[in-house]
Design a protein around this ligand. Structure first.
Ligand code: DAH
Length: 367
């Protein structure tokens, strides 16, 4: 080969090596480039072997060109290797970085107590301020306490309204069941304490019922007051007071005559729909015409049923050996789940029990 050809081979080799270095994206690929060009059998060695084919000045000239290429290649290689090594370390650092600056989770996103627990806390606060005592009743109780002493004897049609889970027991006389309502606390309280009494109790109830608006386990609040000269006015005053304390001063309430065996007279309690414009009526604003129509939540009635109440039946007093001539009292029972749902705008009862509330009167949340 002529000197000219050999020099252009050096130039080609130089360009190819520079390209190879630039294209190598990691140290291992760069090593392959090094072996191909600078290894014992590499291109550079091939060129170097050609030096001896030339003579005199030509040999000197070409030798210098090969040496220069060698120096250039070594520098290229070192610099590219350093870059690739640094990039690899940086990538690794980036990947393994522990972000100690991670912002704390917003208070709003941190979760809260269960809506039913929150409602229970509210009711606890309201009624203790009204100087009610808070009692706890058993979830598993005798038929006598859940039904008989509440003026609901066996075969009373009212038992059909409360589809009951009975527990297997040997004693037919003292059948055990899962309480169907918190009204059993009336019986427990009145058999352990003498009037005057002001009591609320909140807890689980059980009925063999499961559909969109019923779950086999649900929660109620029971309240009752027994003293001399207790009247329906006390009942209405107490219920209005606690409902307004929860849903706001403007809340409308309605008492509809109804039947519960353990009260006489008895009533069902409705509140003005918390979801629709019906509320504006109570807030003293001019109601838009459609307010009277209501919404889906209240089934276009403007009212929502929340519980039952009444004046304690003399038969209940007699069963507890309390003089019904001297004492009178009122009682009420409300659905805690429903109250929580209406308050927090939850529309499916079943979501409440995907993770049920911790329900124990001794919970430290009241500490
Ligand atoms: N125990 C009734 C129920 O679960 C609710 C109830 C109605 C309770 C009237 C009362 C009352 O104390 O006076 O259906």
């Amino acid at each position: 080969m002529s000197l000219q050809e050999l020099l252009s081979a050096v130039a080609e080799c130089r360009a190819a090596f520079a390209r190879g270095c630039a294209e190598a994206s990691e140290v291992r690929a760069l090593e392959e480039v090094r072996v191909a060009f600078m290894g014992r059998k590499g291109q550079l060695a091939g060129l170097r072997a050609k030096i001896t084919t030339l003579e005199g000045e030509e040999r000197k000239h070409f030798g210098a060109a090969v040496n220069e290429l060698q120096k250039f290649s070594q520098q290229q290689l070192n610099s590219r290797r350093r870059d690739l090594q640094r990039a690899a370390i940086e990538a690794k650092l980036r990947e393994e970085r522990a972000d100690i600056d991670l912002p704390v989770i917003d208070r709003d996103e941190r979760g809260t107590l269960h809506p039913v627990s929150l409602m229970r806390q509210k009711l606890h606060d309201i009624f203790t301020k009204l100087s009610f005592s808070v009692l706890e009743g058993p979830d598993v109780d005798y038929e006598d306490f859940n039904f008989n002493k509440l003026n609901i004897p066996a075969h009373h049609p009212a038992r059909d309204m409360q589809d009951t889970f009975y527990l297997a027991s040997k004693d037919e006389e003292e059948r055990l069941l899962l309480r169907t309502h918190t009204s059993n606390v009336q019986v427990h309280a009145l058999s352990e304490h003498r009037p005057p009494l002001r009591v609320i109790s909140m807890g689980r109830c059980f009925r063999c019922d499961f559909d969109l608006t019923h779950t086999p386990m649900f929660h109620q609040i029971e309240g009752f007051v027994v003293d001399e000269a207790i009247s329906f006015a006390h009942l209405k005053g107490t219920i209005d007071t606690f409902l307004r304390a929860i849903y706001g001063d403007g809340l409308r309430t309605r008492f509809r005559p109804s039947y519960f065996p353990f009260v006489e007279p008895g009533a069902e309690v409705d509140i003005g729909c918390v979801a629709c414009d019906a509320q504006k009526l109570a807030a003293g604003k001019e109601p838009p015409p459609e307010a009277r129509v209501g919404c889906r939540v209240c089934k276009h009635s403007g009212w929502l049923e929340v519980g039952g109440c009444g004046m304690i039946h003399p038969n209940v007093f007699e069963a507890m050996d309390i003089d019904s001539e001297r004492y009178s009292g009122f009682a009420f029972g409300f659905g805690l789940d429903r109250m929580a749902m209406l308050y927090y705008g939850i529309n499916d009862l079943r979501t409440l029990f995907a993770a049920p509330p911790e329900f124990n009167a001794r919970l430290p949340i009241f500490a």
